[in-house]
Design a protein around this ligand. Sequence first.
Ligand code: FES
Ligand SMILES: [Fe+2]
Length: 416
Amino acid sequence: MSLIATSLDDSAGLMAAKLRAGRKRPGHAIDSYFYRSPRVYETELSEIIFRSWLYAGHVSEMPAAGDYLLLEIGEDSLIIVRGDDGEIRALMNICRHRGARVCEGAAGNRKTFVCPYHGWVYNTDGSLKAAREMHMLEGFDAAGHGLKQARVVVYMGLIFINCDPDAADFNGPLQNLNDQLGAYDLARAKLAHKQTYTIAANWKLVLENYLECYHCATSHRAYSRSHTLKDVNHEAVDQAMLARTEAVTGVPGIGRHYEKTYGEAEGFACCVYTSRYGLYDGYVTGSKDGQPVAPLMGRIRAYDGGVGDFQMGPLTFMLNYPDHCVLYRFIPRDLNSTDMEVAWFVRGDAVEGVDYDREKLTWLWHHTTLEDEYIITRNSAGVNSRFFEPGPYHPEFENDLQAFMSWYLATLAKSN
Ligand code: FES
Ligand SMILES: [Fe+2]
């Protein structure tokens, strides 16, 4: 489906008026302007996306010095790489001479990054190793021409980056997840599979879809058979599971709720959330039939019929079952295109074909993601219509979505 997402009538004044109107009408979807305006998109990149903690990858993807992967955000590219000193860094993929990309492949191993244009050479720690013939420039400061870097936090094997040098600390807020996320021993987990779904829709529509389960009953039949979130009254199942979870899993604190997201976060874009909710009786994990698909993870001793729900930063989420974990991350690529990356983790020593079958492991969330892609692109088509009029949010099902929207509009308003 191709959409022409442009608006000829765009200006700082129009954006300010749309923001004022949107903030005066909380509890409602937002105007199509916010999905169509290149001015809004540019503002989002500078004020939200490049100031946010974003999941970049897992340590198991770069065990050796020189291992790297590329993280593409909007029109930008970062090299996430392990240096000879063992440190993981996020290097801007932009040569310090005249700006060419210095790394092309999506992932691999390099001793150095050599710019294809004039041959400047960078070490894996980003420092400039050689700049051909530049000794002829008197006073050339090689030390001052290393690749620029973003900030990196590695938490339980999950690598997060932030392009804002003044970004609020993320390590502190993340410690609130130590017990709940620690149960899965993600630092030693194995990335069994990852897939990027490029969705032809604005990043907010993709995130909005993740933030509510109002659509689950109508869109996700397989998911809704086992997962209670599609039901507005799922507390009874949750309470029964929470009453037994510590005894069954053997992990103290695994079911403790913690929530500081968006406007409540401890620092800008330092969202942290966890809760544990129940699966319907007879289901123990997120698979086609709700039966186990891999060995139990980390410190978890038995199936409690629960799922750990996590958020880390504004755009990264996890659904953690006793036998596998599923990570979601949303990254805008342009005004009308979003990369939804989904990563499946299993216990570190699990062997494919012996302990788990990749097809069975990924079935539920692969199919659920395809169902989401279908409804998100339908949503995008309708929202981009000139006749779209934003309707009211559901007060329970869509309250996380409302919290995001209030934060989003307030953040844009501050910068306008
Ligand atoms: S642009 Fe990289 S060496 Fe010239
Ligand atoms: Fe969905």
